[in-house]
Ligand binder design. Structure first.
Ligand code: MN
Length: 716
């Protein structure tokens, strides 16, 4: 059993000014409340918190963490309350104990769903203070080291959970040795036969490997010495689970695993790191693609090192890591070492901020994971309440602000995907574009060449990127429309005045017009005419004397001007108009279009935009350049629209009443009825208030069901 003094000595070693009283007090408290309890191993219970505290000291953690190591099971396993802890040890330690207790109280079942829920809770606890995770990790490490005393089913559950959650966490936090040890401990529990067999094989080769390692190290040492690079050389046999994984992934036998030993060169400076690398590469040929410079580009968990693989003296692969002493310390102690460096620079008060920064990096860590799905499942869900994480169909993970929709997703893939996004499948089911993405959703975007962005989308998206892309699309689209409208108008008016528009496009006069009317170029001039910023007469004046200009009032431009003055009506109007900003909208009385009908807009002087059914016969009389493409605003489909139906029925008493009742039962209002009786038949025309096309269809169907009804038709 570890003794208190060993812990205190360790803490003194890295933190000479630390207030050790807190740790002593925690020890006394823990010993008191755990008194009489024994572990399954038969040892006094206190041995466990002592070991956890010792491991935390080994990680150079702060006093509060070490004290919490001693206290971490008091609330969970004794009658001690958090209040008592707070009275005795203050707020900081209480929060840590509470955090660890909360994680411990979660039972992670192997069922996916439950796991996700529990991970969520765990992560919420984690986000408060990353020290909680480190304390929990050391707790788990000691429990795994003594797991043989547990019953076998319990062992497996804990081992699996360790492999799924805690070993990856140790890795993310940059504590490589802990990850390795946790993996090997779970390996022994979960696959004991394979573990023992592999161990036997490694053991049988151990002497050979040692001899080989010495040879390799000697060669490197000699060359480094020649070049005056002082270095500490290390070698280690890879952990069993790592070797096992390699065999499984690469489908090879133990004999085929050549790089069982990994070498490490620890030098004084970064310059020496690269010097040593050069020497290693001059000794043996590097394997292409295996060199990684984590000094120039540190891993998100602060890990720095040079990694290379070379073809060694016997044609075998050798893995070599080169790093400075400081980098080595960070790689061994992970985040804990990072803290201490910061603390020694007098930034203790930023600790909380730093732990938050660290948590933020969890977001980036998933990049190291082979199957991103795994990491997201175990760690990332709800890590940051303001973000959601979703999968692409290929299993990649994308992060979005909460409230993001499939449109955000589409634009994150590609601008064209966004612009043509017509729908989405989430987890295999079609969802509307306004669907809010949820954690863990798999999103598959459906595109259509006919689809274009709608102004409505601006309200639906949550990412600045999508918003900007949509706006950009509208600006471009609007400009293109203005250019083409302006060109058409000019061409027509030029023709009226006997000027050849085509020929004049590159003429001196046209250049003069461009300059005088402050346009950047010809297209810009067209655009200015199209958007009514410049009148056609202003352009014509440059080509022919003012008094000779034929009476051509710029009707279209006038219309568009009027349209511009009537902003803000759009939102109640129920349609979206392409290419033109907010505009006054009316519904044509001749055809009474309903949401669901295909429609088109017509600009008429002083009346703004009139929406017609696309099949309305009146459209044939309109000049095509006054027609504008419009569509129903699906976000505002709660309006009431006028619709006419003609019911032909038997002229019987009470029929009209029956029809009226049926209509009102379908939630439609009748505003007008006119009846025309011919012999034994009646033709009844109803003017109704209808929500949309489907509503009208339902009304018609219900009326038709009546036995006295001959036919029901929508009329325009
Ligand atoms: Mn414990």
């Amino acid at each position: 059993m570890i003794r208190l003094n060993e812990i205190l000595d360790k803490v003194r070693g890295y933190s000479p000014d630390a207030d050790l009283e807190v740790i002593k007090q925690a020890y006394v408290f823990s010993a008191m409340v755990h008194q009489g309890q024994v572990r399954l191993s038969g040892e006094p219970y206190l041995s466990h918190p002592l070991m956890v505290a010792f491991l935390l000291a080994d990680l150079n953690m702060d006093v509060a963490s070490v004290a919490t190591g001693l206290l971490h099971d008091t609330v969970e396993d004794t009658l001690t309350t958090l209040d008592t802890i707070e009275e005795t040890f203050g707020k900081e330690i209480t929060l840590l104990v509470d955090g660890v207790t909360k994680i411990s109280q979660m039972s992670f079942s192997t069922q996916e769903e439950r796991q996700a829920e529990n991970f969520r809770k765990m992560i919420i606890a984690m986000t408060k203070d990353i020290r909680i995770i480190l304390i929990k990790l050391t707790d788990r490490l000691h429990n795994m080291r003594t797991i043989q005393f547990l019953k076998s089913e319990k062992r497996e559950i804990i081992a699996q959970e360790t492999l799924d959650i805690y070993a990856p966490l140790a890795n993310r936090l940059g504590i490589g040795w802990m990850k390795d040890e946790l993996e090997d401990l779970t390996f022994l529990v979960l696959k004991p036969e394979i573990y023992r067999e592999l161990l036997k094989q490694v053991e049988s080769k151990r002497d050979e490997l040692k001899k080989y390692s010495r040879e390799v190290m000697k060669i490197i040492e000699k060359e480094l010495d020649k070049n005056n690079i002082k270095a500490l050389l290390q070698n280690r046999i890879k952990h069993l689970y790592g070797i096992h994984n390699k065999m499984v992934v690469q489908k090879i036998s133990f004999k085929e695993v050549f790089d069982i030993v990994a070498f490490r060169v620890i030098v004084k400076s970064i310059k020496d790191c690269y010097g040593a690398l050069g020497i290693v590469h001059s000794l043996w040929k590097p394997v292409p693609g295996r060199f990684k410079d984590f000094i120039a580009m540190p891993k998100p968990n602060m890990y720095q090192s040079l990694h290379t693989t070379v073809i060694g003296p016997k044609g075998e692969r050798i893995e070599i890591q080169i790093r400075t002493e400081k980098m080595h310390m960070i790689s061994e102690k992970g985040i804990a070492a990072h803290w201490r460096y910061k603390e020694s620079k007098g930034k203790i008060k930023q600790k909380d901020q730093e732990s938050y920064d660290w948590l933020k990096r969890l977001y980036e860590w998933q990049q190291d994971v082979e199957d991103p799905r795994e990491f997201i499942k175990t760690v990332k869900i709800d890590l940051f309440p303001e973000e959601v994480y979703v999968f692409t169909p290929k299993g990649d993970v994308k992060a979005f602000p909460v409230g993001a929709t499939p449109i955000d997703f589409a634009y994150s893939v590609h601008t064209d995907i966004g612009n043509t996004c017509s729908g989405a499948k989430v987890n295999g089911k079609i969802v509307p574009l306004k669907y809010r993405l949820q954690n863990g959703d798999t999103v598959d975007i459906v595109t259509s060449k006919k689809q274009k962005p709608s102004k409505d989308w601006l309200r639906l998206v949550a990412t600045p990127k999508a918003k900007q892309k949509i706006k950009h699309w509208f600006i471009t689209e609007q400009r293109e429309r203005s250019i083409s409208l302006g060109r058409d108008i000019l061409e027509k008016e030029f023709k009226k005045n006997g000027i050849n528009f085509q020929k004049k496009q590159k003429s001196r006069h046209m250049n003069e017009a461009i300059e005088k009317l402050k346009a950047k170029n010809l297209n810009d001039l067209f655009s200015k005419v199209g958007s009514s910023k410049v009148l056609v007469t202003d352009v014509l004046e440059i080509f022919i004397p003012k008094e000779e200009i034929k009476d051509t009032i710029d009707i279209e431009a006038e219309k568009l001007k009027e349209v511009d003055k009537r902003k803000k009506l759009k939102k109640t109007s129920g349609v979206l108009v392409r290419g033109v900003d907010d505009i006054m909208v009316r519904y044509a009385k001749c055809c009474n279009p309903l949401p669901g009908d295909r429609i088109i807009g017509f600009i008429s002087r002083g009346k703004g935009l009139t929406v017609h059914d696309i099949n309305c016969s009146n459209l044939l009389d309109f000049s095509p350049e006054r027609l504008l493409e419009v569509e129903w605003d699906t976000g505002f489909d709660e309006g009431v629209y006028t619709s006419k139906i003609m019911v032909s029925c038997e002229n019987k008493k009470g029929v009209l009443g029956t029809i009226a009742t049926t209509i009102s039962e379908e939630d439609a209002n009748i505003t007008e009825v006119s009846v025309n009786v011919e012999n034994d038949k009646a033709m009844c025309e109803f003017i109704l208030e209808i929500k949309n096309l489907n509503h009208l269809k339902k009304v018609i169907k219900s009326v038709e069901k009546n036995k006295d009804i001959i036919s029901v038709d929508r009329i325009n």
